[in-house]
Ligand binder design. Structure first.
Ligand code: MLT
Length: 302
């Protein structure tokens, strides 16, 4: 019997695929495989029994890849399986950065007992006026599964979209519709875009890439979205850029305490892939990968 340990729960749509030749273990000790979402494995001791890790999601920065490589543990992720869920939240993020939706909702809650709320709202609403995204320039940094979907959706909403990715695949280049401009480096995005959204993995080479040097090249009042990973942004430089108005809005999916109270920051608790559909897609893909590897030795990760 093969033993699988779930470090944090993944959707039943995936778990129910395990037949009675599998047991769900209470601990990692002696497990053949681990399934997890965003919980970190960095502090865990990897048992000699462990053959595979299935990450139900795209990012693998929560897994000690070097130790896994040394021990011959195969690490799977589920690229693309939650891309639509993340894309939809990024599009919502564009709206949040443009219209004071959060402020408006808060105002109504605060004034709910005012019998003349409709009249008062007429006066108050000026303070919540925003701008439209149609016709604005959006820079998409990273054109993988999520970046491509975001670029196409924003273009359909009337934005002028610029994209950059040093590793752009031919398949993804083809998926980009003809009205998206591919630029040669991020600087070309920094110096002309009104909105910038980042969709690159967390690597040593991408850590802190949105920093003072990058902000200095951007337009005054630029709006930045980060639904990728918090370490891509240099917090101290972002705080300065928000305080000076260089960056007017920072919408991020990472509840980093250093960012939460910054003026202009809108912070979500890592909800990008938190839809029923994305959770199911990721869980099914991760469980299929693990079963195919444990039973047939197949390594499929596309
Ligand atoms: C991802 O890397 O795909 C997301 O962080 C998924 C998640 O929320 O688990």
């Amino acid at each position: 019997m093969k033993s699988v340990y779930c470090l944090n729960p993944i959707s039943n749509a995936g778990m129910s695929r395990f037949d009675d030749t599998y047991c769900i273990a209470d601990s990692i000790e002696n497990a053949d495989a681990v399934l997890l979402r965003s919980a970190s494995m960095h502090e865990m001791t990897l048992p000699d029994s462990l053959l595979a890790i299935g990450r139900a999601g795209a990012g693998v920065n929560n897994i000690p890849l070097d130790s896994c490589a040394k021990k011959g543990i195969v690490v799977f992720n589920t690229p693309g399986a939650n891309a639509n869920g993340v894309k939809e939240l990024v599009i919502a993020g564009l709206m949040l950065a443009s219209r004071d939706i959060a402020g408006g909702c808060h105002w109504v809650r605060e004034n709910k007992d005012d019998p003349n709320i409709a009249k008062t709202a007429e006066k108050a609403k000026k303070a919540f006026a925003g701008n439209e995204i149609k016709g604005k320039k959006l820079g998409v940094i990273g054109l993988g599964a999520i970046g491509v979907l975001v670029a196409n959706a924003a273009s359909e909403l009337g934005m002028e979209v610029f994209g950059c990715d040093p590793y752009l695949s031919i398949q993804n280049a083809v998926r980009l519709s003809h009205h998206i401009t591919i630029v040669k480096d991020n600087d070309e995005i920094y110096n002309q875009c009104d909105y910038i959204t980042i969709h690159v993995p967390a690597l040593d080479s991408t850590k802190g890439m949105l920093n003072k040097r990058a902000f200095d090249q951007m337009k005054d009042g630029v709006k930045i979205l980060n639904f990728a990973r918090d370490i891509l942004v240099n917090d101290a430089d972002m705080a300065d850029a928000l305080a000076s108005g260089k960056v007017s809005r920072y919408v991020t999916d990472f509840p980093n305490p250093a960012v939460v109270n910054m003026p202009g920051a809108l912070v979500l608790p890592h909800l990008g892939a938190s839809t029923e559909e994305s959770e199911e897609n990721c869980a099914v893909m991760a469980v299929n990968q693990i079963m195919d590897y444990l039973e047939n030795g197949n390594i499929e990760n596309s």
